[in-house]
Design a protein around this ligand. Structure first.
Ligand SMILES: [Zn+2]
Length: 162
């Protein structure tokens, strides 16, 4: 009998999200999976303490995910449950988390306004885990975000974002 843990399928979700036609590939990025040490970037699902460690010297207060140089560290408790503020379903939350933190890896920043127009989809780089402010939950980069990322004018893997 196969035993399913809450984290089963993590790699598949990351893979599917990064290779989705609605994702960052639209900005001209190509994602290649390598399950060995040769991979220049890592996406890790970790318990709160492990994520805290991977995000050092920055504090993620045991609850945030982060991108710290070449490492994207996703907070497992949130991966399993999303947040109370999230109004979408869990599968969508996971796609959002991957695209948001990988967006930081690609040099993307949080928007100046969290939700410029209520009732419209949030930017994937908005801090949707914390508050939607009337925007709709959205796991995919909006056209403007794709256009910004497509300029490739930001260094990859900046020091730290969450
Ligand atoms: Zn962020």
């Amino acid at each position: 009998m196969e035993r399913h843990t809450p984290d089963a399928g993590f790699e598949e979700v990351v893979d599917a999200t990064l290779h989705d036609q609605r994702g960052w590939m639209r900005a001209g990025f190509r994602f290649v999976r390598a399950d060995d040490e040769s991979a220049p970037y890592r996406i890790v699902l970790g318990e709160a303490a492990e994520v805290q460690e991977l995000c050092r010297p920055y504090d993620v207060f045991g609850k945030y995910s982060c991108q710290n140089g070449p490492v994207v560290a996703l907070n497992a408790p949130r991966w399993r449950q999303a947040t109370p503020e999230w109004t979408g379903d869990l599968a969508t939350y996971r796609q959002m988390l991957v695209n948001h933190e990988v967006g930081h890896l690609l040099g993307m920043h949080h928007p100046k306004m969290q939700c410029p127009r209520a009732g419209r989809p949030a930017e994937v780089m908005a801090q949707q885990s914390t508050e939607l402010r009337g925007c709709l939950p959205n796991p995919w980069p909006l056209p403007d975000e794709v256009a910004r990322a497509a300029r490739h004018d930001q260094p990859l893997a900046p020091p730290f974002s969450r």
